[in-house]
Design a protein around this ligand. Structure first.
Ligand code: SF4
Length: 373
């Protein structure tokens, strides 16, 4: 009714979520703001925010504010007037990524079904409470969030689990929304676990590091290395790294073997022979580069999760055969999602068999954390 049916799946899902909120009893358009990021370039994502505004206007909700930071300037648009908001958003991204990594590394091994999900939900609620508290000084907010991360770590550590080696490790890459939204991807990670696998999903921070790199690359190309914007950008990246390190410090032992790249250039360099990052813009370079990174970390297979007709997914699908051939025939497949149930279980079952066969001959051993047998 509000979309033509040919839009990307993330557009339909996010639009539906916003409209659902509008229909809640007591909804006040004048006191509501929706956050919808945007990007430039050929990807249809750039149309999401204008389309949302148009739909809201046509439905009589024109008073709703649509806040729309852009990746063109590294999302600095909201930073000028709301430094605190951007700082909190970054902390939320990093803390959320850590919680998801704990969920995925614990859930396949828990002996009481549901324990890991409950610990994850609790962590999200705890982080949200600290992040939403008004008037906290930045260093106090960071300190309290670190404490919540420690509590989350201890809660996950206390979950009864049998950490035995041998589950195929499946890397999940692909379009950021579909990859991370369990409703859109049919909870594919849980299905993989039910088929005997374990998942390593590319996190959200990866996109932020990529946007920083992209902005830096453009600034250097257009204005050289001596300008204040480049300096500001480097400073921002430095501060983001410091915050990330503070939140990661209490969980480094638990995440042994699950380390994300120290520098996004590691991913981009890996992707270079297939899709040069200076020319191929967007998530495609992250998906391909991360698949190669995970191959080195001992992954047994890669699944690219993409919305049906996603431009990034289609390009990745074209280069994956070459990537696989150059990397010991690592099993790589793409799964498209369009909101219509397909036989995902059957496809995953076959893929897990391929991953198990690869596991027996793979050249890069997986490094396990200390708590594995
Ligand atoms: S990344 Fe893919 S799914 Fe997302 S807006 Fe672009 S084309 Fe659509």
């Amino acid at each position: 009714m509000h979309s033509g049916g040919e839009e990307c799946l993330p557009h339909k899902v996010t639009l539906g979520d916003f409209l659902k909120l509008c229909r809640r009893p007591g909804f006040e358009p004048g006191k509501t703001a929706f956050l919808m990021f945007t990007a430039h370039g050929p990807c249809r994502f750039g149309q999401y925010a204008p389309y949302l505004r148009q739909q809201l206007h046509e439905m009589g909700y024109g008073d709703v504010m649509v806040v729309s930071p852009t990746s063109r300037n590294g999302y600095d648009g909201i930073g000028e007037n709301a430094l605190e908001l951007t700082r909190s958003m970054w902390l939320a991204v990093v803390a959320g990524d850590i919680a998801l990594r704990f969920l995925l590394k614990t859930r396949p091994y828990e002996t009481n079904r549901g324990d890991a999900d409950a610990a994850f939900e609790q962590a999200v609620a705890d982080f949200g409470e600290v992040l939403a508290r008004p008037g906290l000084k930045p260093r106090h907010r960071l300190r309290q969030l670190v404490q919540r991360v420690e509590q989350m770590r201890d809660r996950f550590r206390s979950i009864p689990a049998r950490y035995t080696r041998g589950r195929p490790l499946i890397g999940l890459v692909g379009e950021i929304f579909c990859r991370l939204n369990t409703f859109s991807n049919d909870d594919v990670a849980r299905k993989i676990e039910n088929h005997g696998g374990e998942c390593w999903i590319s996190d959200i921070a990866e996109w932020v590091w990529y946007v920083n790199w992209s902005q830096e690359d453009t600034t250097i190309r257009e204005r050289g290395r001596l300008n204040t914007d480049l300096l500001k950008l480097k400073l921002k990246t430095h501060v983001q790294h410091r915050y990330e390190q503070a939140l990661l410090a209490p969980v480094l032992d638990d995440l042994q073997g699950y380390e994300e790249p120290h520098d996004i250039r590691e991913v981009l360099t890996a992707c270079e022979p297939y899709l040069p990052p200076e020319g191929s813009l967007g998530e495609m370079v992250l998906s391909v580069g991360k698949a190669i990174y995970l191959h080195r970390k001992g992954a047994d297979g890669i699944i690219d999760i993409s919305p049906f007709t996603c431009m990034n997914g289609i390009i990745c699908e074209a280069v994956y055969p070459a990537v696989s051939a150059a990397h010991d025939d690592l099993p790589i497949r793409i799964c498209y999602f369009d909101g219509i149930n397909t036989n995902l279980d059957r496809d995953l079952e076959i893929f897990l068999e391929l991953a198990r066969a690869y596991q027996r001959r793979k050249p890069h051993a997986r490094k396990y954390p200390y708590y594995f047998d």
